[in-house]
Design a protein around this ligand. Structure first.
Ligand SMILES: *Cc1c(COP(=O)(O)O)cnc(C)c1O
Length: 483
C-alpha cells in the first residue's frame, strides 16, 4: 500500500489549514470567548424580540415579509463570522416571525412558551442531546421517565400508562394507532411489523365525522386508509352521536376526540368507551389540547370516561405552553407500544430502564421532555389547573363581549375555543381579513356547517383580561365598519 511520509502529511495538513477559512477559533479559550459573545448577543436579540412582542403587529407587515427576500442567495462560497450570521437572522428573521408567543395570538390552537420552558429549551439546546438512547443522554431518559409518571398522574389516562415524546400530535396519533394495529393483528399470530398488512386480518377504524385531518393522515401512513374509515355522524357541537355509533368488535380501532379543534367539544367517552371496550375494541383518543381539561378540577367533568381508553395523543406545545415541537403519546399497554416502535441494530445500546426510542417513531431526536419537565415543575398541579381555567374563562369573556355586541357565537363555549359568525360567509371572511391586517390580534377562519366562521383559541399563558377587552373592542369596531 502506498504510504505518505510524515513530511508529506505535514505539508498536506498545512495546505488544508490554509485553505479553510474557519469561522471558529481553533484555541479552546478563544472558542469559549466567541461562544460567550454569541450567546450573549443572542440573548439580547431574544429580549429585544420579546420586548416588542406585545406592541408590534401580531402578523408581520408586508415590508417585514418583503425583507425575507434577503435570505434568498446562493450558498456562500466562504465562511462568515457567526455573530454576523446571527445578526442577519435577527434583523430580517425576527420581524417576519408571527407573534404567536405573545398575548394576542388566537389562531389555530398555538400557545406560547412559559419562561421556564423556554429557558430549559435554551439549556437543553446547549447540551445538544440525542434523546434516542439512555446511553446517549442519561439526563433525558431519566427526566422523561419522571415526566411520563407526572403526565399519567395529571391527565385523564389509565394510571398504568407510559408516555413517549414525539414532535406533535400527528406523530403521537401515528404512534398510538401503530400500537393498536399491532395489538389487534397479533391476536391472529400475525406480526404486522415483520409481515406488513398484505394478507393480514382486516382492521376496521371508527372516527367521528369531525376527526382531525392529522388522525386521518396517520391512518393513511399506517396503511389503514383514510376513506375506508367508518365516520360517526356528529351533533351540533361536532360530537359523535351515541345513537349513531356502529357495531364494533375486537378488530376495531375506535378513535375519539377530546377537544374539537373548532368548538372544543368532547366525544361522549362515558357512553362510547364502555361499549367499545366490552366488544374488545382498541380505543384511541386524539386529545391534542382538550385532554388537558382533565387536569383541572373545574373542567375535569368534560373528560369523564376518557381514562378507560387504550392510547391518548396530546400536545405539550399547545395548552401547556412549551416551545415547539412537543407531542406526547400515552399508552396503557407498554408492550404494544414497544412492539410497534421496535427496531434492531447491533450497535444500539439496549440497556437502561427506559429505552427512549421504543416509545416513539424517531431514533435520534431532541430531549423535548426537558422542557415539559421545566413547565410542570414550575407550575405544579395547581399551576397547570390554573392555566387551563384562566384561559377558559378568558375565552368565555371574549365570547360574551362579542355576543353582547350582537354577533353570533356558534359553539357552546365550554373550554378555550370560540366560533364566531358575523353574518354571511362573505362578510365574515372580509372581517377576518381586516382583523388580521389590523394586527392587534390574529384570528383565523374555518368552515363550520358550510359557512365561514372565525375561530378564537385562547391558549397562551401570557394572555390577560385587558387583552381580551382590547381585542374585543378592536374586533367589534372593525366588524361594525364592514357592511
Ligand atoms: C392540533 C391538533 C392536531 C395536530 O397536532 P400537531 O401537534 O399539529 O401535529 C390533531 N388533533 C387535534 C384535535 C388538534 O387540535
Amino acid at each position: 500500500m502506498f504510504q505518505l511520509s510524515n513530511n508529506t502529511i505535514d505539508n498536506q495538513l498545512r495546505e488544508v489549514d490554509e485553505s479553510i477559512n474557519n469561522p471558529y477559533p481553533n484555541n479552546e479559550e478563544e472558542r469559549l470567548r466567541q461562544l460567550d459573545n454569541l450567546l450573549f448577543i443572542t440573548k439580547g436579540y431574544g429580549m429585544e424580540y420579546l420586548e416588542k412582542l406585545n406592541t408590534r403587529k401580531v402578523y408581520p407587515t408586508k415590508e417585514n415579509l418583503e425583507n425575507l427576500k434577503k435570505f434568498i442567495e446562493p450558498i456562500p462560497e466562504n465562511s462568515s463570522d457567526p455573530a454576523e450570521v446571527l445578526g442577519m437572522l435577527h434583523k430580517h428573521g425576527s420581524p417576519a416571525a408571527t407573534a404567536s408567543a405573545g398575548r394576542r395570538y388566537f389562531g389555530f390552537v398555538i400557545g406560547g412558551s412559559q419562561p421556564a420552558a423556554l429557558a430549559a429549551n435554551w439549556l437543553s439546546g446547549v447540551w445538544d442531546q440525542n434523546a434516542g438512547l439512555e446511553v446517549t443522554s442519561p439526563v433525558s431518559a431519566a427526566v422523561e421517565d419522571v415526566v411520563s409518571k407526572w403526565l399519567v398522574e395529571i391527565l385523564p389516562v389509565s394510571k398504568e400508562s407510559v408516555a413517549g415524546f414525539t414532535t406533535g400530535v400527528t406523530m403521537a396519533n401515528l404512534t398510538g394507532l401503530a400500537a393498536a394495529r399491532h395489538h389487534i393483528i397479533k391476536r391472529y399470530g400475525w406480526d404486522v411489523q415483520e409481515r406488513g398488512l398484505y394478507g393480514a386480518p382486516e382492521i376496521e377504524v371508527v372516527t367521528g365525522e369531525q376527526a382531525h385531518g392529522s388522525l386521518l393522515k396517520a391512518l393513511s401512513i399506517l396503511g389503514l386508509g383514510r376513506s375506508r374509515v367508518t365516520k360517526v355522524p356528529v351533533d351540533s357541537q361536532g360530537r359523535m352521536r351515541v345513537g349513531k355509533f356502529p357495531k364494533v368488535n375486537e378488530n376495531t380501532i375506535v378513535c375519539l376526540q377530546a377537544g374539537n379543534v373548532n368548538t372544543g367539544s368532547f366525544d361522549p367517552a362515558e357512553h362510547i368507551i364502555p361499549y367499545a371496550k366490552a366488544m374488545g375494541s382498541w380505543v384511541h383518543v386524539d386529545g391534542a389540547f382538550g385532554l388537558w381539561a382533565g387536569s383541572s378540577p373545574e373542567y375535569s367533568h368534560l373528560t369523564i370516561g376518557y381514562e378507560d381508553a387504550d392510547s391518548w395523543a396530546t400536545d405539550a406545545h399547545k395548552w401547556l405552553n412549551v416551545p415547539y415541537d412537543s407531542g406526547i403519546i400515552l399508552c396503557k399497554n407498554a408492550d404494544d407500544l414497544k412492539a410497534a416502535m421496535s427496531l434492531s441494530g447491533d450497535y444500539l445500546d439496549q440497556s437502561g430502564s427506559r429505552i427512549p426510542y421504543q416509545f416513539t417513531p424517531e431514533l435520534s431526536r431532541r430531549a423535548r421532555g426537558i422542557e415539559i419537565w421545566a413547565a410542570l415543575k414550575t407550575l405544579g398541579k395547581s399551576g397547570v389547573a390554573e392555566l387551563i381555567e384562566r384561559t377558559c374563562k378568558l375565552a368565555e369573556l371574549f365570547s360574551l363581549r362579542l355576543k353582547n355586541a350582537g354577533f353570533s357565537i356558534l359553539n357552546d363555549v365550554k373550554i378555550n375555543q370560540v366560533l364566531v359568525s358575523f353574518g354571511s360567509s362573505e362578510r365574515t371572511e372580509k372581517i377576518i381579513k381586516a382583523i388580521q391586517e389590523d394586527g392587534t390580534c390574529w384570528c383565523g377562519g374555518t368552515i363550520w356547517k358550510g359557512e365561514t366562521a372565525m375561530r378564537i383559541s385562547v391558549s397562551s399563558w401570557a394572555t390577560e383580561e385587558s387583552d381580551i377587552h382590547l381585542c374585543a373592542d378592536t374586533i367589534i369596531s372593525i366588524a361594525n365598519s364592514i357592511k
